[in-house]
Ligand binder design. Sequence first.
Ligand code: BDR
Ligand code: CA
Length: 306
Amino acid sequence: MKKVILDVDTGIDDALAMILAFKSEELDILGITTVSGNVCLDQAALNTKKVLTWLGLGNQVKIFRGADRPLLREPVFEHEVHGNDGLGGALKDMEADMPEDGAVDFIIEQAEKYKGELTLIPTAPLTNIALAIRKKPEITQWIKEMVIMGGSVKSLGNITPLAEFNSYVDPEAAKIVFHSDMPITLVGLDVTKKALLTDEHIAQLEGSRVGEFVKNATAHYMNNSYKRNGVKSCALHDPLAVGVALDKSLVKTEKLYVDVETKSELCDGQTVCDFGNRLGKEPNIDVCLEVDHEKFIRMFIDYLKR
Ligand code: BDR
Ligand code: CA
C-alpha cells in the first residue's frame, strides 16, 4: 500500500477527496494535516475531524493542525464556494473535538520514518509543506513524491483572473515547494475543471449514506456554480489529486519548468509554465495537461459505492 499524508483545508472537495482516499483501500493514510485555506485553520481542522467521524474513523486516524496563516500574507477564505462552515452545512449538527497542533513536525517525522516511501497529497495552500521544508530541508530527499492540487498552466484562474486559489493564497509557499527538487505532479485547473460531478452522477449514489452526504455537501457548491456560469456541477479538484495518486494513467503529463508569481499587482499566485523553455531552466514539475475525466468520474463513483 502506498503510504500517504493528505494536507487539506477542508472544504467541500477536500472532504470528497478524503472520502475517496479512505474508500480506495489502496492507500495507507498515515495521517491528515490541516491548514488555513478555504476556511480558517480551526474550521478546517474541525471539518476534517467531522468527515473522519462521519466515516467511522474519528479516533483511528491522526489529524493535526498546522499553519493558521500563509507565510507572509493575510489569509484569504473561500466561503462563497464552500459555505460559511466550509462543508456547505453538510455536517453542521455534528459535534467534534478540536485536533491537536503539530502538522509540520508530523510531516517531518513520517518523511524520516518512511524514507523514500511517503507520498504527500496537498489539496490546499502549501504553507505546511513549505514550513516543513524550511525546518528540515532533508525531507526533500526523503519524500518519494507529491501530488499537488494547485495552479493553472493553460487555463485562467478561479480566484483572480489568472491565479488558482491554492497557489494564490500562499504563493511564497508554493515557490518554496516548486523549487524543492521533490518529484511533483501538479494537478491544476487545466484538468480539475474537466472532472465535473453532476446531478446525474449524484443520482447514481442515491439511496446510500455516502450519496446523501455528497448531495448535501455539494448543493451549495452546485448552486454557486449555476449562478456563476449557468452549469450545475461541482469540480472535483481535490478528489482528482487523490485519483492521480492512485492511478497516474488518468492523466497525461509533461515535465516542464513551472514557477509562481509573487511580485505582481495583478498576477500574484499565477503559475507560470515555460512551455517553450524560453527561460532555459531545468524542468521541475510533471504538469497534468490532459485527463480522462470519464474514467476518473467512474472511479470516483465506484469507489464511493464501496
Ligand atoms: C482549490 O481551491 C479550493 O477552494 C478547493 O478546495 C481546491 O483545493 C481549487 O482551486
Ligand atoms: Ca482544498
